[in-house]
Design a protein around this ligand. Structure first.
Ligand SMILES: Cc1cc2nc3c(=O)[nH]c(=O)nc-3n(C[C@H](O)[C@H](O)[C@H](O)COP(=O)(O)O)c2cc1C
Ligand SMILES: Nc1ncnc2c1ncn2[C@@H]1O[C@H](COP(=O)(O)OP(=O)(O)O)[C@@H](O)[C@H]1O
Length: 324
């Protein structure tokens, strides 16, 4: 997949193409269906597919207080979109100045002029541009004027659930990992570098890899059964997110005890895939009680992960940090 960023998006890149446009946070199953339809339209027309997105997320620039914590980093989004087999991802630098560009100029100069748009496929409720002027009606009118066609796809979902980034965010925020997995079509993943902690873990018999992460949306504090990608391997793990209340003065950490592992991980990049929440974080009366609880967590983790669907594990790293 070709990736266009910064001023490269604003050059003449394609003579003709099929375009779709959105924020695509989480690249969930609804997005996947949209990309499938874009590729089908491309085969029919013999044209390349271009996914247009904005980076950073427009709300992070225009109304940071209302901006949601994102499910995926840009690097993770890029990896997921590349997997769908589209030809090009064009990430437009979203600046306050860009946000003032009228929808018509954006369509004519960027989508058509730089990206060669001949056909655009959008989600059922998508709108873009200054004051959300770029809605379905405007696009239809501009299509007639400038000579491109528009298709909008119906909401994608299952039963009464419509797949959306905001629903996935709500589910992750409340720790309902199986429901979030159902929307994303994969386990929610956060990645990061293993950093030093207080070195208490090894004294308990449960060393934990603590990570520093760029991912914004974390599941709530608690203990989780996870699958962890480490140096090209996928290992089972029990993950704790919280401030370790049994020990005074701890900062909030994300840490995973890896089953069937021993070795040194400081500085390594790992990706933690959340399968299921086991329990709340608790303040135990003493270290022995904490150890008994962790032993129980490990046993529960093993039985849950024995039934985990391996195909839902997507070890998504934030490759800006590892040079991809
Ligand atoms: C599966 C698991 C569950 C945990 N649950 C709790 C808990 O409920 N309460 C708590 O205070 N600490 C809990 N811990 C965190 C330990 O206190 C923590 O691993 C220890 O403080 C090590 O910190 P360190 O990485 O800074 O050495 C848990 C750790 C693991 C691996
Ligand atoms: N099974 C394991 N799971 C996680 N980390 C492990 C494991 N075995 C060894 N380690 C190493 O031990 C370190 C964690 O030990 P710990 O005492 O918890 O120290 P820290 O407080 O620095 O996290 C990890 O960062 C990793 O390098």
């Amino acid at each position: 997949m070709r990736v266009l960023t910064g001023s490269d998006v604003l050059k003449k890149n394609f003579d003709s193409s099929v375009v779709t446009i959105g924020n695509f946070d989480g690249v969930h199953r609804g997005h996947a269906e949209l990309f499938r339809q874009v590729k089908a339209a491309c085969v029919q027309r013999g044209l390349p597919s271009v996914v247009v997105t904005f980076e950073p997320h427009p709300l992070a620039v225009l109304a940071p207080k209302n901006a949601p914590p994102l499910i995926t980093t840009f690097a993770q989004k890029k990896a997921l979109i590349a997997e769908t087999g589209v030809d090009c991802l064009a990430a437009i630098d979203f600046t306050p100045e860009f946000s003032r560009m009228p929808a018509e100029a954006f369509v004519r100069d960027i989508l058509m002029g730089c990206l060669g748009m001949r056909h655009i496929i959008i989600g059922h409720d998508y709108a873009f541009g200054k004051d959300r002027q770029g809605n379905q009606k405007t696009l239809e009118r501009l299509g007639k004027e400038y000579g491109f066609t528009l298709e909008d796809i119906s909401p994608v979902g299952e039963g009464r659930t419509i797949f959306s980034s905001s629903l996935a965010r709500r589910l992750i925020s409340r720790g309902d990992m199986p429901a979030a997995t159902g929307i994303l079509g994969r386990y929610h993943v956060i990645s990061g570098t293993v950093v030093h902690g207080r070195e208490i873990g090894q004294t308990l018999g449960f060393p934990t890899a603590n990570i520093s992460t760029c991912n914004e949306l974390l599941p709530p504090d608690g203990v989780y059964a996870v699958m962890v990608a480490v140096d090209g391997r996928i290992l089972q793990g029990a993950c704790n997110i919280g401030n370790n209340p049994t020990f005074e003065g701890g900062a909030r950490t994300i840490e995973a005890f890896l089953l069937d592992f021993s070795g040194q991980l400081y500085g390594h990049e790992i990706a933690i895939c959340f399968v299921q929440r086991l329990r709340e974080v608790m303040k135990f009366p003493d270290v022995a009680a904490l150890i008994t609880a962790i032993q129980q967590d490990v046993a529960t983790t093993k039985s849950i992960l024995a039934a985990a669907d391996q195909s839902l594990i997507k070890p998504l790293f934030s490759p800006e940090r590892i040079g991809e």
